[in-house]
Write a protein that binds this ligand. Structure first.
Ligand SMILES: Cc1ncc(COP(=O)(O)O)c(C=O)c1O
Length: 461
């Protein structure tokens, strides 16, 4: 496939040449004419600038939630981007608008939704904003609750919406503490609870079935933020290389769901998605636009979305990707996710038997969090050593490995390692998002390298 990539890119550009018999995408207007040499030198300069990046594509990059899109997505994006449709309304992008509607139906089906309302967004943050905005329309006077491990933007978006935000403590597995939530419901009017399926820091799964029961008892809505974890629904079968089924199976009963194709859907940035189980929430979006809605009487994407302009190319890219890597449990995207999950299971096993590194928590998805062993078993000593390993690992000229850092409450660490002295409230630990399928073949090497660096850092301390 990659051998043919350059040829396919040329084909994509050539394909547009015949678009309605005119060369539409690249205008030859004198005002737009440029000097070829300047174009080449600017491109060379840009390539040079882009070297100032971490190698997100490389398996030894095991840091943040970052990886390049699939080539199929690049081709799909480019093909549509040359026309540059705007999925705000069918008038802006009839073809990509229809593609988006079909795609959103596929994603809704993956979560077990029947009738639904939804659309792509430019990010998970905006998708969550919409879900919370609908929450506010339904319960204007009630608070929104989310766990201490929820993405930081929930609190910020509550501020934007003028909603009261309530943080629910998380338990020692990083999941929302439902006893604490239950107690909170007795003193606070909660309108919506955000359940995170795949927290950003540790990939924890809030216990959705019990949360839904509490919702029925206390009368709150449930919004699922699965911006990171949503696609794991495909492999939520409890099998050896799958993930636990219960919470993912319960997603069909949640009021709204967010999933980010630009995380585990192999897409370039600019592709989130929000879904509502009750299509009638579309009434809240009602507005009148004298400019845009002319070519169809159907509900336009712009009429069910807070954003206006959005790249139709994002829908084309996701469509292309799912044509070749479908939403399947064992082939397509499911097979990709199983490899990521395998990488996490295998690394956890290596960490369990390591004398230099220790596993913080059992990974629920493909995020592994661990910390260095130190002679002085204290929170501050572990934090210092984590910082040192992080710096050394990334800056090693010959054999770098890229990790990320994560700050956890020392109490969470001590729940599993009670001998760690709590001389600080927070401890810095190390974190790896193993979201590239190649990680399945590389974790041994990554682990070995991190162990070596941990040893070097210990000697240097
Ligand atoms: C669980 C969760 N929710 C929301 C977001 C925000 O998504 P975005 O970065 O696409 O705005 C993230 C990003 O990492 C996330 O992990």
């Amino acid at each position: 496939m990659l051998d043919q990539f350059a040829a396919l890119l040329t084909e994509v550009v050539d394909g547009q040449r015949n678009f309605r018999d005119t060369w539409v995408p690249f205008s030859d207007d004198p005002s737009l004419r440029i000097d070829d040499a300047r174009l080449r030198s600017a491109l060379a300069e840009l390539q040079q600038k882009l070297h100032d990046n971490y190698p997100f594509f490389h398996p030894m990059y095991a840091g943040q939630m970052l990886k390049p899109p699939h080539p199929a997505a690049v081709l799909g994006y480019l093909a549509a981007m040359l026309i540059n449709p705007n999925n705000h309304a069918l008038d802006g992008g009839p073809a990509t608008g229809q593609i988006e509607k079909d795609l959103v139906a596929d994603l809704a089906r993956m979560f077990g939704y029947g009738d639904h309302l939804g659309h792509l967004t430019s990010s998970g943050t905006i998708a969550n904003l919409e879900a919370l905005w609908v929450a506010r329309q339904l319960h204007p006077d009630r608070a929104v609750a989310f766990s201490a491990q929820a993405h930081y933007t929930h609190a910020r978006m509550c501020e934007v919406l003028g909603l009261r935000a309530v943080e629910v403590p998380s338990d020692h597995n990083g999941r929302m503490d439902l006893d604490a939530l239950n107690a909170l419901c007795l003193s606070e009017q909660i309108g919506t609870v955000v359940a995170t399926l795949g927290t950003t820091g540790i990939g924890a799964i809030d216990p959705l079935p019990r949360l839904l029961e509490l919702g029925a008892r206390h009368g709150f809505r449930v919004h699922v933020d699965s911006a990171y974890g949503g696609f794991f629904r495909l492999i939520a079968d409890g099998s050896a290389d799958g993930v636990a089924a219960e919470s993912f199976a319960a997603m069909s009963r949640a009021d709204s769901i967010v999933v980010d194709p630009h995380k585990h859907g192999l897409q370039p940035y600019g592709c989130g998605c929000v879904l509502f189980r009750d299509p009638s929430v579309g009434r809240f979006y009602k507005h009148d636009s004298p400019y845009t809605y002319f070519t169809s009487d159907d509900l336009h994407l712009g009429e069910i979305s807070l954003e206006c302009s959005r790249a139709g190319a994002s829908a084309a890219a996701l469509w292309m990707t799912l044509q070749v890597l479908p939403l399947d449990a064992h082939a397509g995207l499911g097979a990709v996710l199983r490899r990521c999950r395998r990488a996490a299971i295998d690394w956890a096993e290596l960490l369990r038997t390591s004398s230099r590194l220790s596993l913080l928590l059992e990974p629920e998805l493909d995020i592994v969090v661990f910390f260095p062993e130190t002679t002085e078993r204290s929170a501050s000593a572990i934090s210092r050593r984590s910082d040192a390993i992080f710096e050394r690992a990334m800056n090693d000229r010959d054999n770098p490995v890229y990790l990320s850092k994560f700050r956890v409450k020392t109490a969470l660490l001590r729940a599993r390692y009670p001998d760690v002295r709590d001389d600080a409230d927070w401890t810095t630990v190390l974190r790896s998002v193993l979201m590239k399928p190649e990680h399945a073949d590389w974790v041994e090497r990554i682990h070995q390298r991190v162990e070596e660096i941990a040893e070097e850092a210990a000697s240097a301390a």
